[in-house]
Write a protein that binds this ligand. Structure first.
Ligand SMILES: Nc1ncnc2c1ncn2[C@@H]1O[C@H](COP(=O)(O)OP(=O)(O)OP(=O)(O)O)[C@@H](O)[C@H]1O
Ligand SMILES: O=C(O)c1ccc[n+]([C@@H]2O[C@H](COP(=O)([O-])O)[C@@H](O)[C@H]2O)c1
Length: 201
């Protein structure tokens, strides 16, 4: 948190996800974002239901939220089901709702490289990009696909070098960076398979 008397606006990174279940890859991404982007907090937005993912195998929101809360410190990294409260599922609506509720916070959208590769499938994705700066975290086996994909190509003029990450939150959107950072190939899919669980247990 900024020191008392500091009038600098709070900088918050938003890591949206299913968290089915939450894992140490999420924690790594959140910690890297805090450090590289000089954020005050990261909020894990536990989704009521990713519009592109099947409902089958998706654990209840309360279970996924509890798992995410158990993983984080609840101070600089917090887990929230604010999308349930705002009744939003599409990111374009979530960001609009958050900016309305928290007009003084500077938000940055965070996602792994798989998110950048998938971005053109999101509802009104160009609007998302115009609404908030974006930081993409590297993820094994997705990085090349993401940087060679349609979103990266269409947004190439808005890409900022990774060394500008510390001021990304101050930049008007559209602006995005692809961070260089240590990577882990952990995924919720792998954990579900290892647990022999469909996610509903
Ligand atoms: N190992 C990882 N490295 C980088 N980013 C990650 C990693 N795991 C998850 N993320 C990012 O965290 C966000 C939420 O991910 P999500 O909850 O879907 O986890 P997941 O492991 O990708 O799940 P699943 O395997 O079920 O698709 C996404 O932006 C995703 O790219
Ligand atoms: O807005 C969309 O159309 C959209 C489509 C797919 C995924 N998202 C968001 O992307 C984030 C990552 O989702 P997930 O399930 O892959 O962890 C999460 O916040 C989702 O709500 C958003």
């Amino acid at each position: 948190m900024p020191p008392a008397g500091d009038t600098r606006r709070l900088r918050v990174g938003l890591l949206g996800g299913s968290f089915n279940p939450a894992h140490h890859g999420h924690l790594l991404v959140a910690r890297q974002a805090l450090a590289h982007l000089q954020l005050d907090q990261v909020w894990l937005l536990v989704s009521p239901g990713n519009p592109l993912k099947p409902r089958h195998g998706m654990a209840p929101l309360a279970t996924r939220l509890a798992g995410a809360k158990a993983l984080v410190d609840g101070r600089r990294i917090i887990a929230t089901d604010i999308e349930r409260i705002m009744r939003t599922r599409y990111t374009v609506d979530t960001i609009r709702g958050l900016k309305r509720r928290f007009p003084r916070i500077q938000f940055v959208w965070l996602m792994g490289a798989d998110g950048l590769a998938e971005l053109p499938r999101w509802r009104r994705w160009r609007e998302v990009v115009r609404a908030v700066p974006i930081a993409v975290l590297p993820r094994p086996s997705y990085n090349h696909r993401a940087l060679a994909g349609r979103a990266a190509l269409m947004l190439r003029h808005d890409r900022r070098p990774a060394r500008e990450a510390p001021v990304l939150a101050d930049r008007p959107a559209p602006a995005w960076v692809f961070l260089t950072a240590p990577q882990t190939d952990i995924s919720a899919t792998k954990l579900r398979l290892a647990n022999g669980s469909s996610g509903t247990a």
